[in-house]
Design a protein around this ligand. Structure first.
Ligand code: ZN
Length: 338
């Protein structure tokens, strides 16, 4: 098969890779229905997270089970499944505690920007849908694999509740789906920080009540102005830079909650400053597996349409163009069709 391989900064190639096969008895091999490019793929793509060898890319996936190992019990060939970007046994103490993305047997998925994929720990990682979903639901189901699961965790970890005032820092796909998640959790006021018109529009569609287009101190001042000088109950940090992290912390009221789900790059917090903000901090790689059954049900019941974040659809062999479009922010998120 052919799949996406990153060679270095802005050098993605679609080239021959070994066909995935069952290696461990707990593995499954799936045939991809759709995959996509993640905001986190842009860190190595931009050279901000250097790689030392050609690296097969992709960790968001859904599709049909083709083959399972002898120990797999919960999924079978022919089923449509979605899995997390982190594998999990779903039985260890960390999984039982709801942190499947810290499973003691965790592996981070890669090689998903390809037509076939080997998924380790299939029983604890994959969730089958009841029956085969209609093709128009595939984009939304694909989002549950990472981008929606991560936005949902952002809202959950920031303690969003009915009536909450929420600020979302970052207008990438995760931030936009953080808005959608906060809305689902009953937030009353959702302030999306965005400077891009098309993204502001989608944020409003997903439930944002206010838009703040300033950044840095001006951005914080605007949030304070919108929250009677106090700050938001919850802030979702969906970028991973020093600036976005400080913006989230400074926009939050004393006793409020800050979640952070953007992979931090160069973020350094000052202990004393943090001490006096009085905020709760909770973040990390989203335990997507915990949320998958509920999110899949919301999609299948037509309650949410997170697939709207895909504003560019390309055939898989044009994956390099997909990276380019996201790199220059010409696309919010790119869906790839095998
Ligand atoms: Zn586990």
């Amino acid at each position: 098969m052919r799949g996406a391989v990153l060679y270095g900064p802005r050098d993605v190639r679609f080239e021959e890779l070994e066909d995935p096969k069952i290696i461990e008895p707990t593995d499954a091999v799936i045939r991809m229905a759709a995959t996509c490019v993640c905001g986190s793929d842009l860190w190595p793509y931009r050279g901000l997270q250097p790689i030392n060898r050609p690296t097969p890319m992709g960790h968001e996936y859904c599709g049909f089970v083709e083959e399972v190992g002898s120990a797999v019990r919960s999924v079978k060939p022919g089923q449509f499944v979605v899995g997390s970007f982190a594998t999990s046994d779903n039985t260890c103490p960390n999984c039982q505690y709801g942190y499947q993305s810290s499973c003691v047997r965790r592996e981070f998925m890669t090689r998903a920007q390809a037509p076939w994929l080997r998924v380790p720990l299939a029983d604890g990682t994959l969730v089958p849908t009841p029956g085969v979903p209609s093709t128009d639901l595939v984009p939304s189901l694909l989002t549950t694999s990472d981008v929606l699961g991560t936005g949902w965790f952002a809202a959950d970890a920031a303690n969003v509740k009915p009536g909450s005032t929420v600020v979302v820092v970052g207008d990438g796909a995760v931030g936009l789906l953080g808005v959608l998640s906060a809305k689902q959790m009953g937030a009353e006021r959702i302030i999306a920080m965005s400077r891009h018109e098309s993204r502001q529009k989608l944020a409003r569609e997903f439930g944002a009540t206010d838009i703040a287009s300033e950044r840095g101190d001006k951005g914080v001042a605007h949030i304070k102005e919108l929250t009677t000088g106090i700050g938001a109950d919850s802030a979702l940090e969906c970028v991973g830079t020093q600036e976005s992290m400080l913006q989230a912390i400074q926009s939050t009221r004393p006793g409020g909650y800050v979640s952070y789900v953007g992979v931090p790059h160069g973020v350094e917090l000052n202990g004393e400053q943090l001490f006096f903000t009085h905020v709760h901090l909770h973040g990390g790689p989203a335990p997507v597996r915990r949320y998958l059954p509920g999110l899949i049900a919301l999609v299948l019941n037509g309650k949410i349409n997170p697939g709207k974040v895909f504003d560019l659809v390309l055939p898989l062999d044009q994956v390099a163009e997909g990276y380019r479009a996201m790199d220059v922010r010409r696309a919010i998120k790119v869906l790839l069709q095998p």
